[in-house]
Design a protein around this ligand. Structure first.
Ligand code: SF4
Ligand code: SF4
Length: 407
């Protein structure tokens, strides 16, 4: 069945970036830095030799496999700023690349029982909850700069369909919702429909589409938990099953300047920003701003030494003349932030209330309905850090409540 998600009011005006014609494959750098979750129990130590695809911790997840064959040079705590705290494993490459095999390749995934399939998925870093909650597959991106999901579904459509078949087998009778761009040709939507309920999302769907879909789809919003898998992860899952090895590369979309063309790279997970930029002949200079994760939902990297991680798969490089210092920018009441907000918030007013710690007023105007999409920040002509202000304001709410002050 093919249905259209109704968004009312439809207020989004930020154009999505076009998907590049091809991906560019980047050679392995001399070192990579893999970021493991804080508190993860490492299975390697400094000086260990590792092969590409070897798990670096117990219960490995996305991005926690060695992405180079080489020697573990150092293991240390890593402060990821707004991304949280991590354990960093730095691996230095050695000459020959060797692959670590996790399990025998699976020729026909549907020949395995769903339990056998689930075990292999977990070995390759995909953990599907055991409950019967619905699963949302999305071929959308979470930020204008993040184009990998749309790229996968446009360029690798047949493999996406094979992946959906695996997902259907894995999930048994569990409900699957397949969110596709509305602009996708009808025959492609039809090809996905045997595996779940196809939801066509308008081409200019806002950032953070996943949270909006979950909030608005009747079956998803009433469910306690929704498992989300996107197209690039689905392709990685299918590749892991067919090779028996973990996927250790990732897509990164790169834009130099706000008006720059987007390029899509395939890089080893954990490559430093500086290494990617040097491959593109971009010299890092003072005053340049590096935004990891895209213009809307990303945040500034401390330095070009930061590694690329699968969950921040976009890089926007702003030359000094495009960097606007937001703290010097008072609101000029243009109303753009309100017009673009997909949940129709008076973002300008809420931002000001948060700035002056008037959280009760912010709650009255619905701050809790903010979905952190970042559209308001991208739309603001004076570049006020609106999404950050609202995130900060929401973060302060429980403390306010416990003190009896808010609302
Ligand atoms: S206020 Fe929240 S939901 Fe509205 S545009 Fe800004 S970040 Fe998105
Ligand atoms: S877009 Fe920026 S300048 Fe315009 S009303 Fe919103 S906060 Fe104020």
């Amino acid at each position: 069945m093919n249905s259209r998600l109704s968004i009312d009011p439809w207020r989004f005006h930020h154009p999505l970036l076009p998907v590049p014609a091809a991906e560019e494959v980047v050679d392995a750098p001399e070192t990579v830095t893999l970021l493991l979750p804080h508190g993860a129990e490492c299975t390697v130590a400094a000086g260990s030799r590792v092969k590409t695809g070897e798990p670096l911790c117990r219960m490995p997840g996305h991005g926690s496999f060695a992405s180079l064959s080489g020697t573990v040079r150092r293991i240390m705590p890593w402060d990821g700023g707004p991304r949280g705290q991590f354990v960093a494993v730095i691996i230095a490459r050695k000459a020959a690349d060797e692959n670590h095999r996790l399990f025998d390749p699976v020729e026909e995934a549907t020949a395995l029982s769903s339990q056998q399939l689930r075990e292999r998925c977990a070995q390759a870093g995909f953990h599907f909850p055991d409950d019967q909650g619905p699963l949302l597959f999305t071929a959308l991106d979470e930020d204008v700069d993040r184009v990998a999901n749309r790229w996968c579904v446009e360029k690798e459509f047949d493999r996406v369909v094979s992946g959906l078949k695996i997902l259907r087998h894995l999930c048994g009778n569990r409900r699957i919702v397949v969110a596709l761009p509305a602009s996708m040709p009808e025959e492609r939507k039809k090809a996905c429909s045997p595996f779940g309920e196809v939801v066509a999302v308008p081409a200019r769907y806002p950032d953070a589409a996943v949270s909006l879909i979950i909030r608005r789809h009747p079956a998803l919003k009433s469910s306690g938990s929704v498992t989300v898998i996107d197209s690039k992860r689905l392709l990685a899952l299918a590749a892991s099953l067919s090779t028996g090895s973990a996927v250790t590369t990732m897509h990164v979309s790169l834009r130099i300047g706000r008006k720059g063309q987007v390029r899509l790279f395939q890089t080893p997970v954990g490559m430093r920003i500086a290494d990617l930029l040097s491959r593109c002949n971009v010299a890092v200079s003072d005053g340049m701003q590096l935004i990891l994760g895209g213009e809307m939902t990303g945040s500034a990297a401390d330095s070009a030494a930061q590694p690329l991680t699968p969950d921040s798969d976009a890089l926007l490089v702003l030359p000094p003349h495009e960097v606007v210092l937001s703290e010097n920018s008072p609101c000029v009441n243009c109303g753009r932030c309100h017009r673009v907000c997909p949940v129709n918030l008076r973002v300008d007013l809420i931002g000001k209330y948060v700035e002056f710690s008037r959280n009760g007023e912010a709650v009255r105007l619905g701050i809790e309905r903010c979905i952190d999409c970042g559209l308001c920040t991208a739309a603001c002509i004076v570049r006020r850090p609106l999404a950050h202000l609202l995130a900060f304001g929401k973060g302060a709410l429980p403390r306010q409540r416990s003190g009896g002050g808010a609302a």
